[in-house]
Ligand binder design. Sequence first.
Ligand code: SF4
Length: 421
Amino acid sequence: MSVRPPAAPARNTTEVPTIPLGSPLLLLGRGADPATERGVVCPGDLPARDDPTLAARAEAAKATLGDRVMVLGHHYQRDQVIAFADARGDSFELSRQAAAAAAPFIVFCGVHFMAESASILGRPDQTVILPDLAAGCSMADMAEGHQVVDAWARLERAGIADVTVPLTYMNSTAAIKAFCGEHHGAICTSSNAPTAMRWAFEEALDGADPEATKVLFLPDQHLGRNTAVLALGLDLDDCVVYDPWRPDGGLTDEELRAARVILWKGHCSVHARFQPEMVTAARDRLPGVEVLVHPECRHEVVLEADRVGSTGQIIRWVDQAPAGARLAIATELNLVKRLGDEHPDKEVVFLDDTVCFCATMNRIDLPHLVWVLEALVAGEVVNEVRVDDDTRHGARIALERMLALPGDGASLRREPAVAAT
Ligand code: SF4
């Protein structure tokens, strides 16, 4: 445990474009076959999950590595992983922290697109490690680079590509971020989506008439629809859904030309589970409850909620709620459980009765964290995520356009005070 890593450790690198998409996952990455299993590269033995020394091993490895490693923990990670995080946050906050960090090794406890974003924003001498390369994102996987290229060709055939701005949610692959950068577009987060969509209509295309401009919103149809309707005041009829699995996206030329916002048919498998009936049931069960939902939830759910906001906004609302407040939350369960534990004076409940974690976030566990940390101690980099230079260049353009936007952190709806019960 006392061996310092050499200056240039051996690398077990997986470059983004080499990862096959649409292939099955493998439990815990054991016995991986990277040719057929999506993103799984896990050579060597993982520590056993029931090893009682795992926490001590993680601590010892971190202590040995000192300031040469920074462990980042996304809000949706398990408590056992968050316990070792030097910083917690949402995907964008963590990528910025990684870029600002002096540490040459970033262990990103999150999902694949987040590690890519850290690689895009990070310094060339930094190494980003994802403890389990099979920790993907179902939403990001719903838009593949070649499908977006095909969709753009469809818009060209309909004669609207030159008045369309592609805008992608942070939860997308590096290839799609690069596509947006190369086509006058940008990236957005769940907190700045209203600002980014306004920019796309009003400023992205020099001298263009905002009324004639369209937005292609990738890959989350729900965030795109909620933003267009609730923040920009567009009608539901102004939005159409492009289905990459149907001929011509399932839309006629006339439908595409009439639309203001073309929503990609993608969603988060965790947030799309919430239904409006769950809001009604929570209100019946918990009189006075305040319902807080993430904008990745369906439009019908958002309409029923008291507040809609990003992960960071939900955390702030819970922090600020008075003692005794009842809060039902529609976002990832690890975070909701942690908020409940951290606020014992408030009643914090998950909106759904059925337990549902983000399965891919949950792939990062203590055995994987110990495995990558001990490998670093032994002088080996495993599970590196590195975005190739061309993709990185285009994606950085899109990210820099987003960073140039004024930060408003605006909620999609008016924020009433949280009532105590
Ligand atoms: S919660 Fe949804 S958007 Fe976030 S990583 Fe999981 S599947 Fe992807």
